[in-house]
Write a new protein. Structure first.
Lengths: 352, 168
């Protein structure tokens, strides 16, 4: 892989006299993409630069948890950098030819900062930074949701990035077409009957919410998708599931993942009385806790459908990777969010 | 509970990963041997789990019958050993036979069919609710009364500590 990288960078930087790949290593924990860290040491004449980089590569199609486009992510990173103050990695290159790295890939800047949110909570080494990091994260989310969608999505490729018939011509059409996508998807994802998910999908359709402006959603706004340092977020990462949608989706997904990853982002903001209150003050969206619960289910379905479909492909032996078997754990644990949001009764002694 | 994947399928997935992802990275001969031992032990679990309950039940019934037969074959033999066998046959051999326990495949198939029936009922109740049927809400509540404890059971089974592996 190092030699493939060196040759690729030599083609991109024909003015470089010498390129070396240093400290190449896989980064553990990326569930949807294979990610590798390295330094590109580039000499031009007498000057040598060391560039910290990440190779972000698609897994084989059958094993992929999310089928997303590296080119779309590359373009979006450029637009976020250009049109907002949100810190993101610079995306250097995208390679759509799978021959080069085995699958499609992109090369992005490796931003400094810790990617270990667990150190912020429960007595972790960075606990003193938790409040300021969570507050900054809240402010970045508000900024994203207030950004001009037409600038971040000028050609409309984030309207329906999965090509599932999502119509963003209005909030109502967006919700209706998304419900149709969820229900249609149940059949192809359910490796076994999963009543609580199906109940959730049907209930989402029956219990429509109030309308809010459609915005650019990060799409995977969870505690593992940011880096931090000295009490500030240094980068929001993993924009591959970005799409035009309801801003409450990012809040709902954060709430769900805060629960699943045993972090406490939502409980760490004190400004204005809490994360949601601070977000509401910044955006004026007046999102309620109940709406966050509803959109936990909504966004849980959005990401759950491709994830559970990947588990199903594993169980039907289309591939034999361990990750998609392990993903059963969060998938089944996430049923509890549906359980709570649907108001399921707690069993009483002696049963129903 | 969620019966897919089966325990055997999960173990097979672990074995594949041990062989492909772990073993090639293991440097010491001792650790390599440990991985091979783990593979062997996992294989025994995969083979044991689907038949364990049925085999225990069958063997229990056979043991009670055997203890009775042994005592009967000894006839009127005297002495403490013979008395002990007769006493054991009376005590342990008088246990009532367990009913036959259905095979894993039979229970799994039935469970899946009924679970699909629950999902299909959710669909029908949704149609009734959207049509404004006055009784559908109560019927849905009854269905959720069934789904709730099984969801809690699944959560308990699939929760193995805080957080998600590798996610910082």
């Amino acid at each position: 892989m190092e030699e493939q990288l060196r040759q690729f960078l030599a083609r991109q930087w024909p003015d470089a006299d010498e390129i070396e790949i240093e400290e190449f290593a896989i980064i553990a924990g990326g569930y949807s993409r294979e990610t590798y860290r390295f330094n590109a040491s580039v000499r031009r004449g007498a000057v040598r630069d060391s560039m910290p980089m990440i190779l972000r590569k698609d897994p084989p199609v059958a094993a992929a948890i999310l089928q997303t486009s590296r080119e779309m992510e590359h373009n979006l990173l450029h637009r976020v950098k250009e049109h907002t103050g949100i810190p993101v990695s610079h995306s250097h290159f995208v390679e759509n030819d799978p021959v080069t790295f085995g699958e499609r890939a992109m090369l992005i800047e490796r931003v400094h900062g810790s990617g270990e949110p667990s150190l912020l909570f429960h007595g972790g080494a960075n606990e003193s930074q938790a409040e300021s990091v969570a507050t900054h994260l809240c402010e970045l989310l508000a900024e994203l949701h207030l950004s001009d969608v037409s600038k971040l999505n000028p050609a409309g490729e984030l309207n329906d990035p999965r090509n599932e018939g999502i119509d963003v011509s209005s909030w109502t059409r967006y919700m209706e077409t998304t419900f149709a996508y969820y229900l249609k998807s149940y059949e192809r994802m359910a490796f076994a009957p999963i009543p609580v998910f199906y109940d959730g999908f049907l209930t989402l359709r029956r219990q429509k919410q109030r309308e809010l402006p459609l915005v650019l959603c990060h799409g995977d706004f969870n505690p593992s998708n940011f880096l931090y340092e000295n009490g500030r977020v240094t980068a929001l990462i993993d924009w591959e599931n970005s799409h035009v949608g309801d801003p409450r989706e990012d809040l709902g997904w954060l709430a769900l993942m805060d629960f699943l990853t045993n972090t406490n982002i939502l409980g760490s903001v004190k400004e204005d009385g809490g994360f949601l209150q601070h977000y509401n003050k910044l955006t004026g969206f007046n999102v309620t806790q109940e709406e966050v619960g509803y959109f936990s289910m909504f966004s849980g379905a959005n990401i759950g459908i491709p994830v559970i479909s990947a588990v199903r492909r594993r169980l039907s032996k289309e591939h034999d990777g361990l990750l998609n078997l392990y993903m059963l754990l969060p998938v089944i644990q996430s049923q509890m969010v549906f359980f709570q949001c649907l108001g399921y009764p707690m069993p009483t002694a002696g049963g129903a | 509970m969620l019966t897919t994947p089966s325990i055997a399928e999960v173990i097979e997935g672990i074995q594949i990963s041990l062989a492909r992802d772990i073993l090639p990275e293991v440097r010491s001969a001792n650790a390599q041997t440990c991985v091979v031992m783990i593979q062997g032990l996992l294989q025994t679990i995969a083979q044991r789990v689907p038949v364990e309950t049925q085999l225990m039940a069958v063997e229990m019934n056979e043991m009670t019958a055997t203890l009775r037969d042994i005592a009967s074959l000894l006839g009127e033999a005297s002495g403490s050993a013979a008395d002990s066998i007769r006493s054991r046959a009376q005590e342990l051999g008088s246990r009532a036979d367990l009913p036959p326990i259905p095979s894993y495949e039979e229970v799994n198939g039935g469970h899946r069919e009924l679970s699909q029936g629950i999902v299909d009922t959710l669909d029908d109740l949704d149609a009734l609710l959207r049509d404004g049927n006055a009784n559908a809400e109560g019927a849905l509540a009854r269905l959720r009364q069934h789904i709730a404890p099984r969801t809690l059971q699944e959560f308990a089974i699939y929760t193995v500590g805080a957080g998600m592996a590798g996610r910082g």
